[in-house]
Design a protein around this ligand. Structure first.
Ligand code: KG4
Ligand code: ZN
Length: 341
């Protein structure tokens, strides 16, 4: 049984923006009392990627028990909760609408405030959940299946966009190349695994945009170069997919690391945050840490289960809005795309 003092705020978070159905209860934006994540990976795997319509239907089937499990795990009842937070942007529109509709119904029935959360801000907040007070200002690299952005953060909720991808997101490039190499879905973990027995450098892929002084990225060209290289190698009888995976991973990660460090240097910040599914990548984490350490900078990233989609980061991010009384109405809508992060 969880003991609640009068000041404690318990927020139920709901996340259904892509292929994870998740519900969590977080206390005071810091303590994760439960975080249930039901992945649909095995359902989408035969298709080589997420099928949006199937994702929506599976969210409908799973959201009721996932939410109830979050209460059971936390040892709480519906009446203990002070607000309902839900991802309402960005994401697959049908998938978002399932979580949003459920959250609205829950908030209405229990007369609770409803808080709409930006999924990407949730990813960033996973760092606060894990590390507590991070010294700001910081540079934050947000790398997920749909987004790649570099931010200068004044504090945990105020930031400016320094740059982002001009085409594919980093995670998207991992997924597409993995599919082409026959490594399966999701591509990030598949490429990371294949690369473990391989060695980068046997083939050479471009480090795209490293020669440009801005903070933008481009991964579409790297993806095409990797695909063309693999066709050529196979024609020559070279079947070392592990070497190919290792070079692709290094080519992508080196650009992320170098541009992030350049931004940290230019804005004279000593904290670097990693957020989003690709932040689970161990090469990205270790390369960023090693290079940052040489410059007296510290790198923060969430544990793997908080890097990929989860509702704890959504409930956590909503705490500040709750404290400021920023609530949504029942007319809150879902948004598939955002003009900026
Ligand atoms: O944040 P996330 O779970 O969902 C979105 O908001 O998009 O990110 C999913 C992305 C996928 O593209 C997946 O391949 C990638 O994160 N990913 C990884 C790793 N784990 C997940 N990429 C590289 N290395 C990993 N270990
Ligand atoms: Zn995500």
């Amino acid at each position: 049984m969880v003991y609640l003092s009068q000041q404690e705020v318990l927020i139920l978070g709901i996340e259904t923006s892509c292929d994870e159905t998740s519900a969590a209860i977080v206390r005071d934006g810091r303590d994760i009392l439960s975080n249930v994540i039901h992945s649909q990976i095995s359902i989408h795997q035969p298709f080589g990627g997420v099928v949006p319509e199937v994702a929506s239907r599976k969210h409908i089937e799973n959201i009721p028990w996932v939410v109830d499990q979050a209460f059971t795990d936390a040892g709480l009842t519906y009446e203990d909760i002070h607000a309902v937070a839900v991802t309402n942007r960005p994401g697959l529109i049908g998938a978002l609408l399932v979580g949003l509709s459920y959250a609205k119904g829950f908030a209405y029935a229990l007369k609770l405030p409803l808080i709409g959360v930006n999924h990407l801000q949730g990813h960033i907040y996973a760092n606060i959940l894990e590390h507590g007070d991070i010294p700001f200002p910081a540079v934050c690299l947000v790398v997920s299946g749909g987004h790649t952005s570099l931010l200068l953060m004044e504090n945990q909720s105020q930031y400016q966009l320094l740059g982002g991808t001009l085409d594919d997101a980093a995670g998207e490039a991992f997924d597409k190349v993995a599919r082409f190499l026959g490594l399966g879905y999701p591509g990030g973990p598949a490429i990371e695994k294949a690369a473990r027995t391989g060695e980068a450098g046997h083939v050479r892929l471009p480090r795209v945009f490293l020669d440009r002084p801005d903070y933008n990225f481009s991964f579409s060209g790297l993806k095409t170069a990797a695909m063309n290289m693999w066709i050529k190698l196979q024609r020559q009888g070279d079947k070392r997919v592990d070497n190919m995976a290792a070079e692709f991973q290094l080519a992508l990660v080196e650009v992320l690391v170098e541009k992030t460090l350049r931004a940290a240097r230019a804005y004279e910040v000593s904290s670097i945050l990693l957020a989003g599914g690709v932040a689970a990548n161990s090469l990205l984490r270790s390369l960023m840490e090693n290079r940052a350490e040489d410059e007296g900078k510290k790198v923060y990233y969430p544990p793997i289960e908080l890097c990929t989609d989860n509702a704890a980061m959504i409930a956590g991010r909503a705490y500040e809005d709750f404290c400021q009384g920023i609530y949504a109405g029942l007319d809150l809508n879902a948004q598939a795309h955002l003009p900026s992060i």
